[in-house]
Design a protein around this ligand. Structure first.
Ligand code: PEP
Length: 248
């Protein structure tokens, strides 16, 4: 059985105090669920303090990005070693906002992925097409390229999570229908099968893009959707708690 992940990506929101308050309230209002992991991704400035709040709970910690070197003269960057030291288990790589605003290429993302794996972090590799690419009939081609390049030289020995996040659905209020998402997840699993054979059945594939309390249940009913990566709706306690308490 693949594990289910409910992930909250806080992006560049919440000062340290606000992040701590949010993490604390989420912790107070949730209980462990069988085979479901909750992971919070605060900004770097509150990773350590949120990590301390989550320490005695079932909730896990992740980072929104990292650089591939362990240390060195890379002003402004954060290394996987630093993330491990503050208790991160996961790291998001290749989010579409990183690809768009910081020109992150598949090659760079692949270097980060290997570095994360070497340090014992579980990368969540984000892939997804733009509206233009979907309307041009290129959605599958784009996703296939991102998955194959992002996972280049990965042999399946260490855990990786994939997040399918169609760019046209992120922060737009426009969610992919469960059918669209499920079809792409199935397609991604076929690519994974090509890469690592039967191991592909064990890799969780999350959906991300305007997931809200009122659409999470129908998305989670799809067999191919193994969890959700949530942006906007993870910033409010009640909506994120409701998403975490999805029903199949
Ligand atoms: C995201 O940031 O990964 C995301 C899916 O954002 P939102 O839920 O706001 O669309």
């Amino acid at each position: 059985m693949r594990k289910i992940i409910i992930a909250g990506n806080w992006k560049m929101h919440k000062t340290k105090g606000d992040a701590e308050a949010l993490a604390y309230s989420i912790k107070e209002k949730t209980k462990p669920r069988e085979n479901v992991e909750m992971v919070l991704f605060p900004p770097f400035t509150s990773l350590e303090s949120v990590g301390k709040i989550l320490q005695d709970s079932f909730i896990l910690l992740g980072a929104q990005n990292m650089f591939y070197e362990k240390e060195g003269a890379f002003t402004g960057e954060i290394s996987p070693v630093m993330l491990k030291a503050v208790g991160c288990k996961y790291v998001i790589l290749g989010h579409s906002e990183r690809r768009k605003y910081f020109q992150e290429s598949d090659e760079l993302i692949n270097r980060k992925l290997h570095s994360a794996l070497e340090e014992g972090l579980i990368p969540i590799l984000c892939v997804g097409e733009t509206l233009e690419e979907r309307e041009g009939g290129k959605a599958e081609e784009v996703v296939e390229t991102q998955v194959k390049n992002g996972l280049k030289n990965w042999e399946g020995k260490r855990e990786v999570i994939i997040a399918y996040e169609p760019v046209w659905a992120i922060g737009t209020g426009r969610t992919a229908t469960p059918e669209i998402a499920s079809k792409m997840h199935y397609f991604i699993r076929e690519i994974l099968k090509e890469l690592v054979g039967e191991l592909s059945q064990e890799i969780s594939i999350l959906y991300g893009g305007s997931v809200k309390p009122d659409n999470v249940d129908e998305l989670m009913k799809e067999e191919e959707i193994d969890g959700v990566l949530v942006g906007g709706a993870s910033l409010k306690v009640d909506s994120f708690v409701r998403i975490y308490n999805f029903s199949f």
